[in-house]
Design a protein around this ligand. Structure first.
Ligand SMILES: [Mg+2]
Length: 255
């Protein structure tokens, strides 16, 4: 089986454990109301919470150098909103803190926490993210022995180097680490290029196209949820996270 001599796991965070868009939209709504209250002139440039997303996208085009550091990009876009509205741009620091705290209020996919609980009792685990989560605020730091963010390292997925840093920190050979993530390029291709194994988490049907196009489907796993991974890791147990999973149909190359 693909998992036979896997000695450690690494996991992506956004869209692997929680719905990233929902978290960011929620945080933008909080930020929007905070701005209207503390910098009321912003109402003129922010017709709705989604306007904050548009300013962020515009800033990403103007300042591609900020795209790899989400905090700086977001702060720059808030700064711009305040400046355009005739409010004090210095408020952007406080406004960002409101956004950042709200962005950590994630809604986990229902399989995520039971799977983290179960898998972390069996494997050392690393988190590898290009995003801006705070695992202490989210409350899942204890599941991971290694936590790597591109914002801290200056190396982002799919660069194999960030996976090599994870392997060194886990003290496990790349070939014995399974990386799990939702993004075909960042997670699957990145992990494979670093000599890791890879599990592509496809929670929605439309995501399956690249795997079919690339062929060689036995080079990686495709998972629909994290319960499947628990089941594959030890189908003989009846894990907490595997409850109800007896009815899961696994692709034939899993067995
Ligand atoms: Mg992701």
């Amino acid at each position: 089986m693909y998992l036979n001599d896997v000695a450690a796991l690494s996991l992506d965070l956004d869209d692997t454990l929680w719905d990233f868009d929902a978290a960011v939209r929620g945080a933008e709504t909080m930020l929007y109301h905070w701005l209207l209250q503390h910098a009321p002139l912003t109402a003129a440039v922010l017709p709705e919470p989604a306007s904050l997303q548009q300013y962020r996208q515009r800033m990403a085009m103007l300042r591609p150098d900020l795209v790899d550091t989400p905090a700086r990009l977001r702060k720059a876009s808030i700064h711009e909103v305040l400046r355009l509205a005739g409010e004090d741009p210095a408020l952007s620091e406080r406004a960002y803190a409101v956004f950042y705290a709200a962005r950590q209020q994630v809604t986990f996919f229902e399989d995520a926490l039971p799977a983290l609980e179960w898998l972390s009792q069996r494997y050392p685990m690393a988190a590898i993210s290009n995003g801006n989560a705070d695992l202490d605020m989210i409350g899942i730091r204890h599941f991971f022995s290694v936590i790597l963010f591109s914002r801290d390292l200056g190396i982002a997925k799919p660069d194999p180097q960030i996976f090599h840093v994870a392997a060194t920190a886990l003290d496990v050979a790349p070939a014995q680490i399974l990386h799990i993530g939702d993004d075909w390029q960042l997670d699957v291709q990145g992990a494979l290029s670093a000599g890791f194994r890879a599990a592509w988490l496809v929670r929605t049907a439309q995501g399956t196209t690249p795997a079919r196009m690339e062929g060689a489907a036995d080079a990686w796993l495709t998972l629909n949820n994290l319960h499947e991974l628990c089941l594959m890791a030890d189908a003989h147990e009846h894990p907490v996270c595997g409850q109800g999973s007896a009815s899961l149909s696994l692709p034939s190359y899993f067995s």
